[in-house]
Design a protein around this ligand. Sequence first.
Ligand code: MG
Length: 268
Amino acid sequence: MRTLLLALAVVITVSAASPVGQQPPTGAQPPQPPKAKPEDTEVWEPVPPVVTPGATNDAAPSDAIVLFDGKNLDQWVSVKDKTPATWTVADGVLTVDKKGGNIETTRSFKNYQIHVEWRVPPGVTGEGQARGNSGLFLASTGTGDSGYELQILDSYNNKTYVNGQAASVYKQSPPLVNAMRKPGEWNVYDVVWTAPTFNADGSVKTPARVTAFHNGVLVQNDFELSGETLYIGKPSYKAYDRAPIKLQAHGDPSPPISFRNIWVRELK
Ligand code: MG
């Protein structure tokens, strides 16, 4: 009886493992791919360069070009005639001189990360676009307001068209949210600018893109621009390679805004 049960168990086991009519292959096994290992997906080179961060996340890291550190305007010229910039520097702060006009960097840039701090004065007057208006032009492509403006404005309880409020790509993209601090407090922009590229005939090869944080809050998420930012009319591109960064002296009658701690990191 015991032998019979054992034989039955063997038959059942073989039947389960091997369907009727099929025999396990007896020849050579097909080559198997090597077993995947964690090291297969490790990349060791090139090693990213070491950058020493600032003492705080607002301070310039070791590979930054400091554009304004509170001392002077050596890195800036007047847009209209390229003479040294004449805005007011006092107590470590740069204040717009509206009569002096727009200023721009002496250096030109392509792709970069920039940090800019700005403050609308307490007791600012005016409304809409006429209250604390300035601008960070991510590429200055000519005189006046030519280029690509990330708007600076007092947008704390100040209604205007949304694609013209603070942190908008002017007349192209409203900010995702309004992260404005009130007049008298410092605002911070951290921006990644990917410059447009152009074909030999001047046509657009790749459009400009911008990602921006306002006071640490994402306000532009890899937005693709349709051209330079214009006050009137539809945006369009004009070819350039490298361009200065520009700050706007807006003609509105409200008291001027101030800047501090401006630095930029060039990107490949
Ligand atoms: Mg402006």
